[in-house]
Design a protein around this ligand. Sequence first.
Ligand SMILES: Cc1ncc(COP(=O)(O)O)c(C=O)c1O
Length: 249
Amino acid sequence: MYRIYSKIVGAKVVFAREKKFKVSISEILKKVTRKTKIVFLANPNNPTGTYLNKFELVQLRRKLRKNILLVVDDAYAEYMRNSDYKSGLDLFKNKQNVFILRTFSKIYGLASLRIGWGYGQKKIIDALNIIKPPFNVNEVAQKAALESLKDIKFISCSIKHNIIYATKLKKFLDKYNINSNEVSANFLLLDFAKCKFKAKYFYKKLKTKGIILRSTEDGYKIKNMLRLTIGSKTDCLKFIRVVESIFNK
Ligand SMILES: Cc1ncc(COP(=O)(O)O)c(C=O)c1O
């Protein structure tokens, strides 16, 4: 969406290459010119699940010109329990030239309500308010979002559930030579390079059983991989059963 919204306002969008599916600071710096105004970064990234650790993220900010705004999308921050990770908000709360994005679409489970929030210096918020449509977030969404923040038990259960099942599914899929990234956010990027089945075949087989993974070919242009989101316990156990049946045929 960053690409689309930027194009709508006439910006030139430039992409930086990743290295082994991870954002590369040197590749970003290679693309920066005197015209660069904003650098967008999702950390951890979707669909790769890779992330810049806290040192790398600080290093990126240091290496960018001061008048370039660094936008850090913290969409999956709540799930992260990796010791070398720190959210954009935790790292840059007092920085003038970083803007942080947060969402209620992920751990709070309110994606269809279309509500999120941003954190940054007042000058930027004031500028956003000038162009913001007056009724862009409805009241039901605002009330639900506030209530969801109070539900601390649900959030801590979701974090635990995610780590347990992401780790379990990663190990389970490794047995079939479907490899994935280190557990980070609430999804795994499955690599079929060493698997006896191609991602496309696996996708189709799962779909016949009512399980839909995210194809990474369309949109992300990543071949022979699929993104698996960690669902409920029932979903995960069904996934395991169905995968066993596909491989044990
Ligand atoms: C990195 C990242 N940011 C933001 C979002 C979605 O945010 P929202 O639903 O608040 O627009 C997603 C969801 O797919 C995402 O992967």
